[in-house]
Design a protein around this ligand. Structure first.
Ligand code: F6R
Length: 224
């Protein structure tokens, strides 16, 4: 990200929520604070959002990204691109977000995490590999995985999301997928060494011209 910003200060940075990328955001913020990187002209693009949480809900991804990315980088909401999960017409909001990304010139670098089921953004297994931004239903597994952000209560985790599609993600000029911990090892092996198949949405990255996968030893442990 820092390299990209030096080359292209007005870059569009696609960011994921979740635990995995937090050290990246902290490291980038430290570079910004020390003056090594100027992020002031960059834009931050959201990957996905829960549907139905009231505006300002602390676990809405817009709020999470404001706390974890925008504020530490010294950016205001005018630098932020993202869909409104509280919109009345969710499908229209999803389509409008596709246009917003296109008008911004597309995403230069998309940071991704991976779900234990191989999802990227909230494209759950069997999502179309050419899908665009749309409403999706979360699987039980993902709602269980994310219950930790809602006081451990799965009933509080929304059932629907707006997510960039796999086709939308593949439009980014560079995609960086990060995975840490043993719980991700199977998904990483399926994504990197398995067949390109909708049952493992992350496997679509094998088709990308510039995709980087960053793993720790545990997440790499099931690679051949
Ligand atoms: C979040 C997102 C998800 C997460 C994935 C991994 O915006 O798109 O695909 O990246 O669920 O989450 P963590 O990093 O919490 O394991």
């Amino acid at each position: 990200m820092a390299q990209l910003l030096r080359r292209k200060p007005q870059a569009v940075l696609g960011v994921a929520t979740g635990s995995t990328p937090l050290p990246v955001y902290e490291a980038l913020a430290a570079k910004v604070r020390s003056g090594a990187v100027d992020v002031s002209r960059a834009r931050i693009a959201q990957l996905d959002e829960y549907v139905g949480l009231p505006a300002g809900h602390p676990e809405s991804y817009r709020e999470v990204l404001r706390r974890q990315v925008l504020e530490p980088l010294g950016l205001g909401t005018d630098s932020f691109l993202g869909p409104d999960g509280a919109a009345e017409d969710v499908q229209a909001e999803a389509e409008a977000y596709e246009r917003t990304l296109a008008e911004a010139g597309g995403v230069d670098l998309q940071l991704l995490g991976i779900g234990t089921d191989g999802h990227i953004a909230f494209n759950e297994p069997c999502s179309s590999l050419s899908s665009r931004t749309r409403i999706k239903t979360l699987t039980e597994q993902t709602r269980k995985d994310n219950a930790r952000f809602f006081g451990g209560d799965i009933a509080q985790v929304p059932t629907h999301v707006i997510t960039q599609g796999i086709g939308t993600i593949l439009d980014a000029r560079h995609v960086v997928l990060m995975a840490t911990g043993e719980s991700k090892a199977e998904a990483v092996a399926a994504a990197v060494e398995g067949p390109v198949a909708a049952v493992c949405p992350a496997s679509a990255l094998q088709l990308h011209r510039h995709a980087t996968v960053v793993v720790d030893e545990a997440a790499a442990s099931k690679l051949k």
